[in-house]
Design a protein around this ligand. Structure first.
Ligand code: ADP
Ligand code: MG
Length: 350
């Protein structure tokens, strides 16, 4: 491993996290439609346990012909976290190992994908007293930098922006819309975005909380609106070797994506995402980029959206990507879960 030019294979890890049932799902007597077999395999819409119908002591077959067939689809992922898993478990089994790659010179990106209410923000940001994986990953970065101080100097900055309706806003300074610019040396840059220096992960907590409060929300339907924005947290690290003076610039991006419920795949494998009036452009473009990367297609349509332009140097090529697909276990979210699992399944073919 070394600098960016000696291109390693693109790596994407696809992880599924199932959140616990919420009150409504419990009260309204929905079924569980996700059966976890082990750490890597799950069955979506499993056959229900046989409940034989007896007639005069004999099991009758085919009594329930009108009942919809269960899909009983088996999926295999790099890792599956069940509803009892904590943010610590998810962090340790997903992004913890990215930090080594980052400091070895690879750009890394982490996406939380899933429908609104599936647990994306819980996973990335967490809540008071139980920080999400962004904080935990950053704490690991600071720890590893500290342990390498003898041989390397580090320079670190962070930014936090939102993409809403294809407009980029700085979440820490409430300015925007900001424009993306191609820079021949630095790649894509966001003109006017404030880069902030932090010295430890704890400084990050208030920063993330502040940024999150600035996410686009309208009092009338807060969840509706915030679910359409992508929150992009980025860390830029300059690593200078004390041995030979060589400098590396690396970037870690952690993205709480817009709700996927408006960007469902239209068919199974190979289907393009269908664009509609209300469909999130950046989410569609991300799906298409990931599909092309998965299929080994040379042309990757990074230019199709703000999100994919911004992440051009962090997706594909010499990068490490972690996709965390968040799902509800309940039949209340049957279609969303089905679509999320298929999306995640396509991504893992990279
Ligand atoms: P999203 O960001 O995908 O819209 P949230 O992360 O806001 O979804 O989760 C929706 C609700 O479910 C929140 O109240 C959140 O606290 C809760 N929740 C999500 N995932 C979990 C989990 N793994 N354990 C406990 N509560 C969760
Ligand atoms: Mg959210």
């Amino acid at each position: 491993v070394g600098t960016r030019s000696d291109c390693a294979q693109t790596s994407i890890k696809v992880i599924v996290r199932v959140r616990p049932h919420n009150e409504k799902e419990l009260q309204d007597n929905y079924k569980t439609v996700v059966k976890i077999i082990d750490e890597r395999m799950l069955v979506f819409d499993p056959k229900e346990e046989e409940n034989p119908f007896f007639y005069r002591g004999v099991v009758q077959k085919g009594r329930d012909l009108l009942k919809k067939q269960n899909k009983e689809l088996q999926f295999v992922f790099d890792r599956i976290f069940d509803m009892t898993s904590s943010n610590v478990d998810v962090y340790e089994g997903s992004t913890k190992e990215l930090i080594k790659s980052l400091l070895d010179g690879y750009n890394c990106s982490v996406f939380a994908y899933g429908a609104t209410g599936a647990g994306k923000t819980h996973t990335m940001l967490g809540k008071e007293g139980d920080p999400g994986i962004t904080y935990r990953t950053m704490a690991e970065l600071f720890a590893q930098m500290e342990s390498q101080r003898d041989t390397r100097d580090f320079n670190l900055g962070v930014s936090y922006l939102e993409i809403y309706n294809e407009n980029v806003q700085d979440l820490l300074h409430k300015v925007g819309p900001l424009h993306l610019r191609e820079d021949s040396r630095a790649g894509v840059i966001v003109a006017g975005l404030k880069i902030i220096t932090i010295h430890n992960a704890d400084e990050l907590l208030s920063l993330l909380a502040k940024g999150n409060r600035n996410r686009t929300q309208h009092a009338t339907d807060a969840n509706q609106e915030s679910s359409r924005s992508h929150a992009v947290f980025q860390v830029y690290v300059n690593v200078t070797s004390k041995v030979d003076g060589q400098v590396k610039h690396v970037k870690l991006s952690m993205i709480d994506l817009a709700g996927s419920e408006r960007a469902s795949a239209t068919g199974c494998t190979g289907a393009r995402f269908k664009e509609g009036a209300n469909i999130n452009k950046s989410l569609l473009a991300l799906g298409n980029c990931i599909n092309n990367l998965a299929d080994g297609i040379k042309h990757i349509p990074y230019r199709d959206s703000k999100l994919t332009r911004l992440l051009k140097d962090s997706l594909g090529g010499n990068c490490q990507t972690v996709m965390i697909a968040n799902i509800s276990p309940s039949s209340a979210s049957f279609e969303d879960t089905y679509n999320t699992l298929r999306y995640a399944n396509r991504a893992k073919k990279i």
